[in-house]
Design a protein around this ligand. Structure first.
Ligand code: URA
Length: 204
């Protein structure tokens, strides 16, 4: 084996994959982001949790779900008695897409082209982990997994088979909960989110 192959074997598939992803220039988003934010978690995780893209905090930290949306997710996992470290957490798009506004960087949703480009990495992750359950949070995650931009509303709050091996559990994105101004709507959506996180845990 060459030294590079030896290193790849020692690191396992994720070391090699995430190192490769760190230099990704498949789409223009890499140019303005601080770094690639690859997935993290055990290679034999039964549950894969999929978000949209890293936010401002994640872009700086280089880790998924460590900002405000991550706190909402962590709370729901804890409430369901699930250990975050046993799940594999990743995003449909691995670079932060934003618009600079003064000193702030305002999140922008990835478009279908960016989602399709980045699907290359997501497919490698799913292939390597072979999760039993994928918890898809939000429309971007669903589009990345199904290739359809128009099915999120119909699938929200449901579980559907994904291929022969995995179950897809669909819920809202935690950032959506943080943005909902109406307390009643927020409580309702929050309860739905928590129920789907718990269901994903039970099925995995
Ligand atoms: N939102 C996401 O979808 N993913 C993250 O990692 C952080 C916020």
């Amino acid at each position: 084996l060459s030294p590079a192959e030896e290193r790849a074997m020692a690191e396992g598939v994720f070391g090699a994959l995430s190192r490769e992803a760190s230099g990704c220039t498949r789409c223009p988003l890499h140019a303005h982001a601080t770094q690639t934010v690859f997935g993290e978690g055990p290679a034999d995780a039964r549950l894969l949790i999929l978000g949209e893209q890293p936010g401002d905090t994640e872009d700086l930290a280089g880790r998924p779900f460590v900002g405000p949306a991550g706190k909402v997710l962590d709370a729901a996992l804890e409430k369901a008695g699930l250990d975050r470290r046993q799940a594999y957490l990743t995003n449909a798009v691995k670079h932060f897409k934003y618009e600079p506004r003064g000193k702030r960087r305002i999140h922008q949703r990835p478009n279908s082209g960016e989602i399709a480009h980045c699907r290359w990495w997501l497919e490698r992750e799913v292939e390597a982990i072979r999760p039993k359950v994928i918890l898809a949070m939000g429309a971007t995650a669903v589009e990345a997994l199904t290739g359809r931009a128009d099915v999120f509303s119909a699938l929200k709050g449901r579980q559907v088979p994904l291929g022969d091996e995995a179950v897809l559990v669909v819920t809202v994105h935690p950032s959506y909960l943080l943005r909902l101004p109406d307390p009643e709507a927020r409580a309702r959506e929050q309860a739905g989110f928590e129920a789907m996180v718990a269901l994903a845990g039970r099925l995995s």
